[in-house]
Design a protein around this ligand. Structure first.
Ligand code: DC
Length: 224
């Protein structure tokens, strides 16, 4: 069974490319960031997020039995937590912050491992995240690390927000991205880094189609 992993910092275009590749190869898609977001939301709903530096056995239990569902629809993938559609909610900055707290705690990451690995079925898988090639699927046939300069990722986010009619400051977005990069790359557990056998692509000056084509030509040489 073929597994393609795509890791990299937020804003590098990973999500878009992972979706395109899954469609192209007709593989399942794992958006592992969504799982971290769902766990963050679930712990916040149960008032457990502020107690993560103490006894975390309740939180680990919730992570192990997290009731989540991903349902493909006309508008993308609908995401459910305990039967409730939380697709929009998990994309908020607030839930992103919850997710980054959860992501720094080793026992919670461990509790999510089995859940993520269940996505690998005979159909094939494109797995999008931070540690897909290094920790979750080290045996993957094709590993890609997609990055881009902080400046170009900030500009993309700025344009995206403008397009949505949201007032934003480019300098503030850049500071935010640099802070998040620092947290992601310097954390002790599963820090963001390329797998030693990953193809590294810098998308700063490339279009989505350029990146897609580069990925495809590499993946086609790796698949079994
Ligand atoms: O990609 P995202 O913004 O949806 O990820 C949400 C948070 O989860 C972010 O802080 C990074 C973290 N994450 C992680 O540590 N490992 C993954 N495989 C995926 C996401």
């Amino acid at each position: 069974m073929n597994i393609i992993t795509i890791d990299g910092p937020s804003g590098s275009g990973k999500g878009t490319l992972a979706t395109k590749l899954a469609q192209y190869y007709q593989y399942h898609l794992l958006d592992s960031g969504a799982i971290y977001r769902l766990l963050g939301l679930s712990l916040a709903q149960q008032n457990l997020l502020t107690q993560l530096d103490g006894n975390i056995s309740d939180a680990v239990n919730i992570a192990t039995h997290l009731d989540i569902k991903f349902v493909p629809s006309m508008h993308g993938i609908q995401t459910y937590l305990n039967g409730e559609d939380v697709s929009k909610q998990i994309r908020s900055e607030e839930v992103g912050l919850f997710a980054s707290k959860v992501a720094a705690i080793a026992p919670l990451r461990d509790a999510l491992l089995a859940r993520q690995r269940q996505f690998a079925t005979s159909k094939g898988l494109v797995a999008d995240g931070r540690d897909m090639g290094t920790v979750v699927f080290p045996q993957a046939q094709a590993k890609i690390y997609l990055t881009a300069s902080a400046q170009s990722r900030a500009e993309r986010r700025y344009k995206q927000l403008q397009g949505m009619g949201v007032d934003a400051k480019l300098s503030a977005i850049l500071i935010n991205i640099e802070e998040r990069d620092r947290r992601d790359t310097q954390r002790v557990v599963a820090p963001l880094k390329p797998a030693s056998d990953a193809l590294i692509i810098d998308s700063s000056h490339l279009s989505i189609d350029d990146v897609f084509n580069q990925m495809r030509s590499y993946i086609d040489t790796q698949l079994i």
